[in-house]
Every structure is written in structure tokens, then in C-alpha cells.
Design a protein around this ligand. Structure first.
Ligand SMILES: *Cc1c(COP(=O)(O)O)cnc(C)c1O
Length: 220
């Protein structure tokens, strides 16, 4: 199947899984060329996800299409200046140190940067993301940052051999999200679910999924 066919099939599936709730499909183009980005956009993708600032910068430079750009990979503070220029949404904020650097970089270009906080719900040592016990203080910090706007939460589930084992983590995130959302404005995005687990993530309440392989095939 072509990129366009894959994209539309997943879109249709998400619409039927979600009922009346809209689910945002972020097409993850990391490790693919800019021509793949164009194909996805022409097939209807409104949102593109990239992992690395440098790789994204090169592709966006030659991208002659409008699209909402998400940074979904770990961000180092020495790349924040470029990141705030390139991305509409930074999904991977996971420390006060990073938030402070982003706030400053956004202020310097007169931007209010949309961000999500990445949560390491399963406490995996090799994963980025804030631990649950540190989430409240990071939220307070981001709230106090004038040039950041907290739009929601992001989570990468553990890579269990049995994908059903992810379900409790998705559910826990959904409960947390609902609790926070009830008391906040502009807090709309619960980003969880990738190729192997997005169906379960959506069943548990994700409203943003980040899908690469199922649209574009395996990465080299
Ligand atoms: C690569 C990546 C994805 C997409 O993964 P697929 O399995 O190819 O769908 C989603 N989220 C993050 C954070 C990623 O790094």
C-alpha cells in the first residue's frame, strides 16, 4: 500500500475507534526524506512529528507545504534556540532545566511555545520523561514560565512483548490527564500510542497518536 493509502486507512480507523471525539494523527517522518513528508501532507496529514532538531531543520527547509510541526524526541538545552523556531508543539518537556531554557529561547523570539510534558509512567531508566512524583512541581514551573503554554501530556509506553500490558499505563495517564484538564485551560492533548500500541492507547483515551511505521513502512 502507498503512503496515502496507509494514512487514510489509519485515519478512518481512528475515526471509528473514537466515535465523536477527534483524534489527532501525527505522522512521524523521522529517518525518512522530505519527499515522504510531502506525500503524507498531500494525503491529508495536518501534523508531522520529528525526533531530532537537526534532521527536522534540514527537511523543513525544503518543505514547500504548510503543516503543524511536533518535536517528539528528547531535547537537549543546546538545541532549544533552533527548536522554538522550528516547532509548533514540543511534546518532550521533562525537566525544569529544559523548561527554563525553552522559556528563555521563546521569549527571545517573541513566541509563546506550546509544550507537552512527557511522563515516564513506567519508570523506565532508559526513557526520558518526568517521574510521576515530580510532575506537579514541573507543571507549576511551566505554568510560571510566561513564554510556555502547557497543552497536555505525552507518554511513550514500554515495549512489552504483549502490547496489552501497556493498557494500565495508558489508563493511568488518562485519569491523570482528566484530573488536570478539569482545572485548566488550553489543556487538550493526551499524546500516547505509536504503531504497535495506538489502538489500545485510543481505547484508553489518547487523543493524539504518533504513528510512523504503519504509515511509511520500516525505517532504515
Ligand atoms: C519514532 C517515534 C514514534 C513512531 O513510532 P512508530 O513505531 O514508527 O509508529 C512515536 N513517538 C515517538 C516519541 C517516537 O520516537
Amino acid at each position: 500500500m502507498s503512503v496515502a493509502e496507509n494514512f487514510r486507512a489509519i485515519k478512518t480507523e481512528l475515526d471509528s475507534l473514537a466515535g465523536n471525539d477527534k483524534i489527532l494523527l501525527v505522522a512521524v517522518t523521522k529517518n525518512h526524506g522530505v519527499e515522504i513528508m510531502r506525500e503524507a501532507i498531500d494525503a491529508g496529514a495536518t501534523d508531522i512529528g520529528e525526533n531530532r532538531v537537526q534532521e527536522a531543520a534540514e527537511k523543513f527547509q525544503s518543505l514547500d507545504r504548510q503543516v503543524t510541526r511536533h518535536l517528539i524526541g528528547h531535547l537537549q538545552t543546546n538545541k532549544v534556540k533552533a527548536a522554538v523556531k522550528l516547532f509548533d508543539v514540543i511534546q518532550s518537556v521533562d525537566s525544569e532545566h529544559l523548561a527554563a531554557a525553552l522559556d528563555k529561547a521563546a521569549a527571545n523570539i517573541g513566541k509563546v511555545q506550546d509544550v507537552l510534558i512527557q511522563v515516564n509512567a513506567a519508570r523506565e531508566s532508559q526513557k526520558s520523561g518526568v517521574l510521576l512524583e515530580d510532575l506537579d512541581s514541573l507543571i507549576k514551573f511551566v505554568d510560571a514560565a510566561k513564554n510556555l503554554r502547557l497543552r497536555g501530556l505525552m507518554m511513550i509506553a514500554p515495549n512489552f512483548p504483549d502490547v496489552e500490558e501497556c493498557r494500565p499505563f495508558f489508563r493511568q495517564m488518562r485519569e491523570l490527564f482528566d484530573e488536570l484538564k478539569a482545572a485548566r485551560e488550553n489543556f487538550d492533548f493526551l499524546s500516547m500510542g505509536m504503531t504497535h500500541d495506538y489502538k489500545i492507547a485510543v481505547e484508553e483515551g489518547a487523543n493524539v497518536v504518533r504513528v510512523g511505521t504503519a504509515i511509511f513502512g520500516a525505517r532504515s
